[in-house]
Design a protein around this ligand. Structure first.
Ligand SMILES: CC(C)(COP(=O)(O)OP(=O)(O)OC[C@H]1O[C@@H](n2cnc3c(N)ncnc32)[C@H](O)[C@@H]1OP(=O)(O)O)[C@@H](O)C(=O)NCCC(=O)NCCS
Length: 186
């Protein structure tokens, strides 16, 4: 079922029979912060066949805006059978900086904690220089838990640092922030 969010945004589940629609949309994007910047149709079809977008462990949702066609973004939720769920969010370039990413994070956080009672934390890892994603994560209440040095391959072959953020169910429910115990050393 589609669910509405603020400002004319709507989140609709990807229909797994619409493989052509997904493939076309994905190859039309430039995945700049990803290892494969320009996936080919065959690559995307391969991912579909492997259950990358839908299956017992993952869901894919379109981000839609009333009056806009095609979808303005995509949310992929995965590792849904674990207590720590993961996600990926992509907003089309012309829609960035307009609050879509933040709305998507708020929506997916509520969705995961409501629909998956066993999920205790939601995690995200991004490149350290992905400032937009980091801004959005912090605004949505996610807490930085990790800084991985030389961990994320870039287009030039160099390794960039990456950062890990998470939201705990207990914090989502209480509105408080559990601090990270940085000084706990053996
Ligand atoms: C990351 C992403 C989802 C954010 O979505 P968005 O719709 O642009 O996010 P919002 O509009 O809600 O907020 C972005 C905020 O980051 C800020 N921002 C953007 N680029 C920035 C930069 N280089 N430095 C500092 N802040 C930046 C924006 O100004 C905005 O803050 P504001 O509301 O104060 O202006 C989007 O940029 C995207 O899809 N990027 C490509 C895919 C990607 O990197 N996904 C994450 C993979 S882990």
């Amino acid at each position: 079922m589609p669910s509405e969010a603020a400002d004319g945004l709507m989140f609709s589940p990807w229909d797994p029979t619409d493989v052509d629609g997904l493939v076309q949309w994905v190859v039309d994007q430039s995945w700049d912060n990803y290892v494969t910047r320009h996936p080919t149709p065959a690559m995307v079809r391969g991912r579909v066949a492997e259950g990358f977008y839908a299956g017992p462990d993952c869901e894919t949702w379109w981000i839609q805006h009333e009056g806009a066609d095609p979808p303005v973004g995509l949310v992929r939720l995965h590792d849904l059978q674990d207590t720590g769920a993961l996600f990926d969010v992509y907003v089309c370039p012309q829609w960035r900086g307009r609050g879509v990413g933040l709305a998507a994070l708020r929506w997916l956080t509520r969705h995961l904690f409501h629909e998956y009672p066993h999920v205790m934390r939601i995690e995200a890892q991004t490149r350290a220089d992905n400032r937009a994603m980091r801004v959005v994560l912090r605004r949505a209440g996610y807490v930085k838990e990790a800084h991985y040095r030389a961990s994320w391959p870039t287009e030039t072959g160099e390794l960039s640092a990456s950062v890990g953020y998470a939201m705990l169910r207990q914090d989502f429910e209480s509105g408080r922030t559990t601090p990270v115990d940085w000084d706990a050393e053996p």
